[in-house]
Design a binder for this molecule. Structure first.
Ligand code: ZN
Length: 234
């Protein structure tokens, strides 16, 4: 072994000893802290049990809130999932309010090449966004008029929904909103994929058919009002 190697070896040993000392000091400090805690700990005759830091013995909604943090969602989401519509309608409307429905502006955002990104219903050179298609397009306004509703332009989709809710005096307001949007979406798809020109008469028939199906899903106390709605559509 050369002197240099010996010196190198010595440095390695010194370094290892220093690290060991530090680790030992750290462990010894932890041991002292534990000893202090145990000195102050009072034993009781009660049986030991596990508890969560959120205050209940159950792993519940509160636990998820504690672990994930809690963000208050807009009430529209609650109205949506509590509505009496079929799941396909609920999922459709959820996609609409989170701006994931495949309107043409969304397809453009996904780099899908289309001959046109404009609203096919009014054909006025206006890009087809969900806000336009469901609340601003002339056909949409005519459809909302069936419910004596005028959607108010708002900065947010939720604001528009709230404005419509305020104009419909019914516990079933959310189901009516969802099914009317579904009616407009159906008319739009029939035009684009089957070439069927949309008309108020066709929309009225679609909406009435969906309301009739809703009759099987609403609570008994709401049925008389729903019957009135259906009969008002001729
Ligand atoms: Zn339009």
């Amino acid at each position: 072994m050369t002197l240099d190697n010996s010196g190198g070896l010595s440095r390695h040993v010194t370094l290892a000893l220093t690290r060991l000392t530090k680790a030992y000091t750290g462990m010894y400090t932890q041991f002292l802290l534990l000893e202090i805690k145990l000195d102050n700990f009072q034993l009781s005759p009660e049986k030991d049990w596990w508890t969560y830091i959120w205050g209940t013995p159950h792993f519940s909604q509160k636990a998820y809130r504690h672990l994930l943090g809690h963000v208050d969602a807009h009430p529209v989401f609650k109205w949506l999932w509590k509505s009496s519509c079929q799941n396909k309608h609920k999922v459709f409307f959820w996609l609409l309010i989170v701006d994931r429905l495949s309107t043409r502006n969304i397809l453009r955002r996904k780099n899908m090449v289309l001959p046109s990104y404009d609203c096919a219903i009014c054909n006025n050179g206006i890009e087809e966004t969900s806000q336009h298609l469901f609340f601003q397009c002339p056909l949409a306004l005519t459809c909302w008029n069936m419910l004596q509703v005028t959607p108010v332009d708002s900065d947010s989709f939720f604001g528009t929904i709230e404005s419509i809710k305020a104009q419909i005096s019914s516990h079933m307001f959310m189901s009516l909103i969802i099914l009317l949007c579904w009616t407009i979406w159906t008319a739009r798809n029939e035009l684009i994929f089957q070439g069927i020109q949309p008309s108020l008469g066709q929309c009225r028939a679609t909406f009435k058919k969906e309301l009739a199906l809703l009759m099987h899903r609403v609570k008994a106390k709401h049925k008389p009002q729903l019957e009135e709605w259906i009969s008002s559509f001729g």
